[in-house]
Design a protein around this ligand. Structure first.
Ligand code: SPV
Ligand code: MG
Length: 546
């Protein structure tokens, strides 16, 4: 919780503003962001005014928004700030019973104080036909105050009572009579309101009232009065009740009018807050830090390299004008299927190594590396080029071939083990033999069995010529390297790519070298769920691959 570090309770903070000798100020806040703006400007408290709270919902200040809707917004405001909020609770939304429920709910939501006014529910704003508004009976209003005070569980929660006698056209005598009754009933302070453009009424009241209890004012109409006058008169709190909403309104109206007219963002961009200012107020960076703490191995940071340089001559005319990876199956190139599988597993950072007709390999949102020597170099050199260019060692690296399509399932099973090197091996290696095509066979510590559930299987050797009896499966070409395994992996790739047999080295040589160096290459078995597209009949099979 962002406010957990606040040492002084919000109710205590508010009491200090109300009861202290200084003149203090509250600013209008009507949602989370305006509350933050008020706090960050240095205000020590916020006024959640009925006028602006209702206006931000687009309704009138006549109890059109329900009190629970107000409460909901207040909760956002309280969560977003560490300073106290005084709610303008209108009439208390009913009688004594409604007030006591309101007070307990406000306490639960971290609101420090409420102000209730001596009118009847539903009320309307004091500046709209104020003198037509009926005042509450004094005794009845006092029952609201008493019930509210009895309901609060924190002694420092404050109930301010607002005297509307001047607004309703009554004089100083009525204002004082009411204030005294409310004070007697337990009110913690009086808000004396006036719709005059001069401070005559509120000054007269304060002079007579003296220091019987703190007095709060809202100088919206008598705004020209120097603040020094309020200070000298001994008021406790001045509320700037609607000024953030009014300021925002002017800017929003200007912006909307300009954009409607110009249809061009350039005319407003320099006059409005940058998006990053919104992020700052939302404390977006805190979430990023938390993500690093709580989500250490996100696949979004994983990256993939797809080796797609070769033409695929076995496909004949199909690869006359494009490499095999761009041959279409079910309406999209093989590469599109591969990228789709990676994307669905949350892997977006993908580098494709191109060779044959590189310009035709042009799917969006991919990184491309070219291997111009593709015709007489092998997979290993393509990988070496990709690794030279892709230095994003932030997380797991996946390597696969541009002509091997696989289901998301394959990525899920390879993602699971946290070994440094993991490969997916198909138990059904006989298929490739029957079709008479080259395949990367593997010999492992154990053949596939039910024991896989509790016994980890590792690679012993990979290659095209592993004897039948030794074969435990066919490597799918899919390899995952963990962040921790990447330095060794880079080392081995670099070493092999400058070695004597490097030019046409296959990727399995890399696996063998890792094993030779004592690295454990974890094997996860599958049966199916992938397809190596080598021939025209494979293309047909791929068309049925769902
Ligand atoms: C409010 O801000 O909602 C108030 C003050 O109650 S006033 O609008 O002046 O009545
Ligand atoms: Mg109000």
């Amino acid at each position: 919780m962002r406010n957990a570090g606040t040492l002084t309770k919000k109710t205590t903070q508010f009491r200090r503003l109300l009861d202290g000798n200084e003149l203090d100020f509250l600013i209008d806040a009507h949602n989370g962001i305006s509350a933050k703006v008020g706090e960050q400007a240095g205000f020590k408290g916020l006024w959640a005014g009925g006028l602006c709270m209702s206006a931000q919902y687009g309704v009138r200040d006549s109890n059109e928004a329900s009190w629970t809707q107000v409460l909901e917004m207040l909760e956002f405001m309280a969560d977003a700030t560490s300073i106290p909020i005084l709610l303008d609770g209108d009439t208390g939304y009913g009688n004594f019973n409604n007030v006591r429920r309101l007070v307990s709910k406000l306490e639960q939501r971290g609101i420090a104080a409420v102000c209730i006014e001596d009118k009847l529910y539903p009320k309307t704003n004091s500046f709209i036909d104020g003198n037509k508004q009926q005042l509450a009976e004094i005794d009845e209003f006092c029952s609201r105050i008493k019930a509210g005070k009895d309901a609060q569980s924190d002694d420092e929660f404050a109930i301010i009572t607002r005297v509307e006698a001047f607004i309703a056209g009554w004089g100083l005598g009525e204002a004082l009579r009411r204030a005294e009754a409310y004070h007697e009933a337990g009110s913690d302070g009086i808000l004396i309101h006036s719709a005059l453009t001069t401070p005559t009424e509120i000054l007269a009241f304060k002079k007579e009232w003296g220091d019987r209890s703190p007095v709060v004012i809202v100088p919206t109409k008598y705004y020209a009065t120097p603040t020094e006058v309020f200070r000298e008169a001994g008021f406790s709190i001045v509320i700037w009740a609607n000024h953030l909403l009014r300021a925002a309104l002017t800017t929003m109206q200007d912006c909307a009018t300009t954009l409607a007219r110009d249809q061009n963002l350039l005319s407003i961009e320099d006059d409005i807050a940058p998006v990053k200012e919104i992020f700052r107020l939302q404390e977006a960076s805190e979430l990023q830090e938390a993500e690093e703490r709580y989500l250490p191995s996100k696949n979004e940071e994983a990256h993939a390299i797809i080796l797609a340089a070769s033409r695929g001559t076995a496909l004949g005319d199909l690869t006359a004008d494009r490499p095999k990876t761009m041959v279409e199956v079910r309406g999209q190139p093989l590469l599109g299927h591969i990228v789709g599988a990676y994307n669905s597993a949350g892997i977006k950072n993908i580098t494709v190594v191109r060779g044959y007709l590189p310009d035709t390999v042009n799917l969006p949102a991919l990184n491309y590396i070219d291997n111009p020597d593709y015709a007489d170099t092998g997979e290993l050199l393509s990988l070496a080029r990709a690794l030279e260019a892709d230095t994003s060692d932030g997380n797991d690296l996946y390597v696969s071939f541009g002509d091997v399509i696989f289901k998301r399932y394959i990525l899920d099973i390879i993602a699971e083990p946290d070994d440094d090197f993991v490969i997916v091996v198909d138990t059904n290696w006989q298929d490739s033999v029957n079709l008479g095509r080259a395949a990367d066979y593997v010999h492992c510590t154990e053949s596939h069995s039910r024991n896989d559930f509790y016994r980890d299987v590792y690679l012993e050797q990979a290659g095209e010529t592993i004897a039948d009896k030794q074969r435990h499966g066919e490597w799918t070409g899919l390899l995952k390297v963990s962040k921790a395994g990447l330095p060794v992996f880079r080392d081995v790739v670099t070493e092999l790519s400058v070695g004597p047999d490097s030019r046409d080295a296959k990727l399995y040589a890399l696996l063998n070298e890792l094993v030779r160096r004592g690295q454990r290459v974890r094997v996860v078995y599958t049966t199916g769920h992938w397809l190596d597209v080598d021939s025209v009949s494979d293309i047909l099979a791929a068309s049925n691959f769902t």
